[in-house]
Design a protein around this ligand. Structure first.
Ligand code: OFO
Length: 178
């Protein structure tokens, strides 16, 4: 069992991670509409990762004999003024998620649930990478400025991100599976 205060916060974190997936899918839709298919591909890969994060929390609760209760997802943002603004939002969102992981770690220590610490440490490390990546791309987008050539080059580069094998967010994978 997990102390109720921590279990409730972890249950809410499942929602936060699923919202992350949905936010990044919304950004993918926006980038597709801007003909930035490489950036859309990157966001679809990211949405896949976020669902894995949600499953990590779900499985931790299940393994500890707790009942998971899925919560409503928040209303989505679907439009951005510029591609740069979308990337800046992605970075801000990762900073928000980091604050949530920090809160969970504090609660785990407060209620002395040491069994949750290894998993939360994994997320703490993961957030360093998530913030660094989105911050780096935001910075590169600022350097791109008004250059369409530079924008297309960055779009191509981001389109090279690899999907996990068989990901349902990968159009080539689900085309083979159906
Ligand atoms: Fe982007 O790390 Fe989970 O939410």
């Amino acid at each position: 069992m997990i102390p109720e205060k921590l279990a409730k916060a972890m249950n809410e974190q499942i929602k936060n991670e699923m919202e992350s997936a949905y936010i990044y899918l919304s950004m993918a839709a926006y980038f597709h509409a801007q003909s930035l298919d490489g950036m859309a591909h990157w966001m679809r890969c990211q949405a896949h990762e976020e669902t894995i994060h949600a499953m990590k929390f779900m499985d931790h609760l299940v393994d500890r004999n707790m009942t998971v209760k899925l919560l409503d997802l928040a209303q989505l943002k679907t439009q951005w003024k510029t591609p740069l603004e979308a990337w800046q939002d992605a970075y801000a969102h990762e900073q928000f998620i980091t604050s949530k992981i920090n809160d969970l770690t504090s609660i785990a220590r407060e209620v002395r649930d040491y069994q949750s610490e290894p998993m939360l440490a994994w997320f703490t490390n993961e957030q360093i990478e998530e913030e660094a990546t989105t911050n780096k791309i935001s910075g590169e987008m600022e350097m791109v400025g008004d250059s369409k050539t530079a924008l297309l080059m960055l779009d191509r580069e981001l389109g090279g991100r690899a999907f996990p094998v068989g990901s349902p967010f990968d159009p080539t994978a689900y085309a083979q599976a159906t």
